[in-house]
Design a protein around this ligand. Sequence first.
Ligand code: NI
Length: 190
Amino acid sequence: MVLPIYLYGHPVLRTETKTVTPDFPDLDKLIQNMKETMYATDGIGIAAPQVGVSARLVYIDVDVLKDDLPELAGVNIVLINPEITVDESVEPVTREEGCLSIPDIHENVKRYERIHIRYADENWVIHEKDIEGYLARVIQHECDHLNKTLFTDHVEGYRKVMIRNKLLNIAKGKIDCKYRVKTAPKLHRK
Ligand code: NI
C-alpha cells in the first residue's frame, strides 16, 4: 500500500525514533508499504518517519542511478536500527540532494565519503560494512531522518536564506505535489 509522505514542518519528522524490536507490530507490512511508497514517489531512499512512523527503519534502492554509477546496479537494502560511524580522515564531498519530505528543493550538502555501518536486515541478520561514495551519502541522508535531521538543516549561508520561504510554504501546506502527502497540522505551523 502506498502511504502518504509526511512533509517538512510535520512534527513526526522532528520526533525521537524508537529502536525496532522483532516484536514490532506488522514490521513486514510496514517495510513492504515503505518500498511501495518509495517506488511510487520515485525516491531512492525512505525513512520510517517520512511515512509517519517513529522507528529506526530505512529502505534504500539506488539501482535507478546505475547508468551514471554502475556500482549501484541492483543495490537495495532494508536497514533496521542502523549505526553509522564516519571516516573523518577522508575529505567530505559536496553534492546536490533532495528529499521526498521537502518537494522541489535541491541543495548542495557536504557528506562524509566513507562510512562504517552496522544494521539488521529484514530477517534480523546483522551486517557490518564499509561503504563509500554515493551510497554512503544516501545512507547518511536517511539515517539523519532517524535523528530528527533533514538535509536542509545542513544548508548554510545565503542558500539557507534562499530556501527559507519555500520551506515555510511547505510547512504551511502551500505545495503542489505529484504524490499524496500529509502536511503539518495547523497547530504546528509557524
Ligand atoms: Ni529525505
